[in-house]
Design a binder for this molecule. Structure first.
Ligand SMILES: [Zn+2]
Length: 98
């Protein structure tokens, strides 16, 4: 069975973090200090934080995709706030005319 290559979206919610952990095996190198490092995508859903391990070749693209989402979200929030300020000002102008 051939595996279909995974397409990385250009925009993703979540953040890429480096996760260090012990695997729990008593005779593993991590038991004495050298923790396992893995790069994961951390995202929250249903009020829970989920971690999914990222393949090395995906890391850069996924970081870019999460950054893209943060930037778009910030821009959208700024625009909505500006709209809100204008709208609320117009409503209060109108109510003071009475
Ligand atoms: Zn280990």
């Amino acid at each position: 069975m051939s595996r279909i290559p995974i397409k990385i979206p250009s925009m993703l919610r979540g953040s890429v973090v480096c996760h260090r952990s012990r695997c729990g095996k008593a005779n593993c190198r991590c038991a004495t200090g050298a923790l396992h490092e893995r790069t994961v995508l951390s995202y929250s859903e249903d009020a829970k934080t989920h971690l999914v391990r990222l393949p090395t070749e995906h890391i850069d693209a996924v970081i870019a995709a999460t950054r893209c989402y943060r930037e778009k979200k910030a821009r959208l929030a700024a625009e909505a706030s500006a709209n809100l300020a204008v709208y609320v000002a117009q409503l209060s102008d109108r109510s003071s005319e009475r």
